[in-house]
Design a protein around this ligand. Structure first.
Ligand SMILES: [Ca+2]
Ligand SMILES: [Ca+2]
Length: 335
């Protein structure tokens, strides 16, 4: 018998080591039992299968997850990459707490990949899954891996695993980790038209930015997205049943315009109420006006104000699809 031959699973000899220089995640290959990974549900280290080394992470139930908190620099592009089997959701996120008009905690998503994988040259069964993302601000972020079949249990038939999860600055990604070109994003350069900029706009924080005095009352399912926003550092993602609201006084008899920018003609409802009565509603449909910024569109209407406090609500009906919105304005058109 020859000396050492590979046994099932012992692929270390034919796979390249994981360069740890400038690699941020602790225990990327799930080889060590004690590490900075925190597991929720039945997510467990296993020797049953592996891409590299002796162990991998196995997600036994839907919703089982692994989280690691990392400290990352600002104004920097990164790549998060794993080898996976089955359907998982990878994300970079953290929570955001605002205290005005009422205490609220929401999630901010900086990068997201649900089951978008591509083939791995070294393996017939393991796939590549990656997220190239940009961070404006330094600080602590949660790296999340979660088993999620997206409604199709068949995707999980061969078991659900992750291995060799790495996080590099974009300019330090080894050439064989994931796709060949790193996607650079950075911030969007869009600025609102002069007529609806903040000094003429009655909304506080019209761009849904991360301010503790946030301005909008939030209800129902929502999160913020810091990877696809139109303006500033983030936009608001409303899920079915989610709502954002502000209220302020208007001058009776004056004509005002109410507008919002939405992503990809998504079904945002814009409504004005006063004393519990609906004054005007712009339904889910258009017209949607292109603004020269990818899939972002503007929708708006004008109205004549009553006396006193008006409530401006933007929401997604519970039977509808999620909607991203960034930058809303109420402006006095009589001036
Ligand atoms: Ca491993
Ligand atoms: Ca924004």
């Amino acid at each position: 018998m020859d000396c050492v031959t590979t046994t099932a699973g012992s692929f270390a000899g034919i796979r390249r080591p994981i360069p740890m220089n400038e690699q941020v995640l602790d225990n990327p290959s799930f080889e060590h039992v004690d590490s900075k990974w925190e597991f929720t549900g039945r997510a467990k280290l296993t020797t049953k299968d592996q891409y590299w080394g002796d162990r991998s992470l196995r997600f036994i139930d839907e919703g089982a997850s692994a989280k690691q908190v990392v400290f990352l620099k600002g104004d920097t592009n990164y790549r998060l990459h794993c080898h996976v089997k089955g359907s998982i959701r990878m994300s970079i996120e953290r929570s955001f707490s605002s205290n005005w008009p009422e205490p609220r905690t929401s999630k901010v998503i900086y990068g997201y990949n649900h089951a978008e994988t591509f083939d791995e040259a070294n393996s017939a069964t393991w796939k590549n899954q990656e997220i190239d993302f940009f961070l404006k601000n330094r600080g602590e972020y949660d790296i999340m891996l979660e088993r999620d079949d997206g409604g199709n249990p068949n995707l999980q038939g061969g078991g659900v695993y992750a291995d060799t999860c790495t996080l590099y600055k974009a300019d330090a990604v080894p050439p064989y980790v994931g796709s060949s070109t790193v996607g650079y994003s950075g911030l969007n350069a869009w600025t609102p038209p002069v007529g609806v900029q903040e000094h003429r706009n009655l909304f506080k924080n019209p761009s849904f930015e991360m301010e503790s005095s946030f301005g909008w009352l939030l209800e129902g399912p929502r999160e913020f997205r810091a990877n696809e926003q139109l303006e500033g550092e983030q936009c608001l993602m409303l899920y079915p049943g989610g709502l954002a609201e502000q209220s302020f006084s208007l001058v009776k008899g004056q004509t005002y315009e109410f507008r919002c920018y939405v992503f990809d003609k998504c079904p945002l409802v814009m409504e004005i109420q006063k004393s519990g009565q609906v004054l005007q509603t712009l339904e889910e449909g258009g017209p949607f006006i292109p603004v020269g910024q990818g899939s972002w569109r503007m929708k708006h209407f004008s109205f004549e104000a009553k006396a006193g406090i008006h409530f401006f609500k933007i929401y997604v009906r519970s039977t509808s699809e999620p909607c991203m919105v960034d930058y809303c304005a109420v402006t006095d058109r009589s001036r």
